[in-house]
Design a protein around this ligand. Sequence first.
Ligand SMILES: [Zn+2]
Length: 808
Amino acid sequence: MPINRRHLLRTGTLALGAGAPLMNTGPVAAAPRAAAATSPGTAGAAAEVTADAFLRLKPGSIVPRGWLAGQLRLQLDGLCGRLTEKSHFLDFATSGWVHPENNAWEELPYWLRGYVPLSVATRDTAALDRARRWIDAILTTQQSDGFFGPRALRTALNGGPDFWPFLPLLQALRSFEEFTGDTRVVPFLTRFLRYMNTQGKGAFDTSWVSQRWGDCMDIALWLYRRTPEPFLLDLVDKMHTWGADWTGALPNAHNVNIAQGFREPAQYAQRSGSADHTRASYRTYTELLAAHGQFAGGGFAGDENIRPGFGDPRQGFETCGVVEFMASHELLTRVTGDPLWADRCEELAFNMLPASLDPDGKGVHYVTSANSVDLDNSRKTQGQFQNGFAMQSFQPGIDQYRCCPHNYGMGWPYFAEELWLGTPDGGLAAAMYAACQVTTEVAGGTSVTVTETTDYPFGETVDFTVSTPRSVRFPLLLRIPGWCAAPRLQVNGKSVPARSGPAFVRVDRTWADGDRVSLRLPQSTTVHTWPGNRDSVSVSHGPLTYALRIGERYVRYGGDTTFPEYEVHATTPWNYGLVPGGGLVVKRASGPVSANPFTQSATPVSITADARRVPEWIADDEHVVAPLQQSPARSAGAVEQVTLIPMGAARLRIASFPTASPDGTPWQPEAPYRRIRNKHSGKVLAVDGMSTENSAHVVQFDNSGTGDHAWQVVGRGDGWSLIRNGHSGKVLGVDLMSTQNSAHVVQFEDNGTDDHLWQFVDAGSGWFLIRNKHSGKVLGVDGMSTQNSAHVVQFEDNGTDDHLWQFA
Ligand SMILES: [Zn+2]
């Protein structure tokens, strides 16, 4: 039963991190701004919505330089830039977005959303022309009622329109309009949103779109500020009221839905004026990371859905999740003005995003993990990840990964666009840092250019030079990251007070041509302890997280030089624990930073650390690193010096380390996962519907290799064992602790009751009985059925063959 990721995974409402501490959201400016009379570009019409704390600059205002320009160029020459040559979803001659009689879904909208800002950021006119060709064609498909694109989408969702695949396309059209000034776009979007507003509740409250209305709310509010049509506010209210409720417990467990959805209440606060809505987004982020993000890099464990009990750093975060989370953090920086969100975006951009792509930018994988010691193209069958398909090799993955190769393209271009933001009082804010040049109007009309020179995040100094045709007064805001305790700021060589982060420092003065600002953000080395992952540790220096440098052997198993497919295997040991209190020495190579510093060979920074091998920590027989055990782990190994490099430069990595010492806790070898086969039917023990819920029925099924067929026998002493399911992490038990014959056998969380303990009794010839401690009965198949999905039950030991089992 492979999970089809085109279908919404219905796991029901999932209370966030049961037992997770309700953490303080910290020093935030969570209160929405007072209603502003106007926003730029409107004439006093937008009073029904509050203004953003910061304003997006027109696309094209920022010219990336340095390594960021290098990453964008790599992307244009790599998978995203050439995806139309490879993806059958992007075939202009057949796409339903151009030919409405054909079907189409999210792939073209995803790709165009990244490709338009990529062509703008790289100033590549040929790329922009290619984007324009698609947009010209799409604009001509609009019908008189406002609908456009594939006709089948009108009735694809319970007989009504399926709006989800439209949303990324609306964002692509906005970017295009803002850069080109194309006068067709605003009326086009207005007509389409008007059509949306005529739909009933059923078009809002089900499927993917119900989780992702924040994307459309962004467009509707943008449009309202351009053309204040009252129906747009009506539509915003419907999205919030009828869409999934992101103000309380998570309405959905899907990693990408969460990465997009959690910000919706803070967006709606612009309409409601309620600080509670803003606080809800803060609270969800904090609780989510506390429960499922107990490792470095800024992501969370969601190798399709978040799953209780699967929070080890070996779990993955989907590439779509990485870029959507970044886009959410960028949006929240603008909406709230809180520098914390920009910190979080940088953390993902510098650590997770490069790690999700191959070093040449020609391939992606589906999930990126903080700990990952082999990237092969083999499916995992023991429930290590939730999905049953291979997710780790770098490849175009048009059909295997499908969403991610089409969607990842917005990561760097959006990041580049959000480096600088406008302030409502005519100033400029440096929200995130990378070498670039920004040209925009300040103080009501003077066009200025600020040139930003820096190696950040590989260096700690950011220099700015102002070019202006005349002296002009405007505020310049500079973000101080939360990790920076002692920033130093100088204007034309004179010190200016700057407080520790997270903060924006405001320099409000009259600027003259050639004025210089120098910001120093001293980086210190920090060891973070993760109590939620057995007191493991991670090492950061400034905004970069560091990972063990593991020898990487790239094996091309398919594709060609334009679209290669790679596995990556380790050539050096990786099972190290860090020595508590051991030395950490930072090294920085001299010379300019490479255009592609997110590689082992080109990274300009490294850290030497004291470490000991933990020999019992191994990968399983499917090459997945075993989960962490309690730190400090016992190690009698000699202290060695290992090299750590930025996580973003490490395609294989250990970023969450155990600590290791001679008197630590012994590391227990992982019990293997095995299939348990019935003698009578030949089928294996499985969980009905691959459920992860408590009390889900245990059944027999053909041995088809899914993770719910994998069971781990965990000794609990005196010959009794837990039988733990690989997919759900739950253990075999008897429904309601019954002692009756034919009582259903179920899975349940390991809560220590006797019906969870089983004994393997040798019955000869390699077969055994599996006896329950609480009832004394043995595992059998209801009615001695030989059918798939027949219930597994307990029964008195009466010698029938359906009571005999063996490891398959
Ligand atoms: Zn994806």
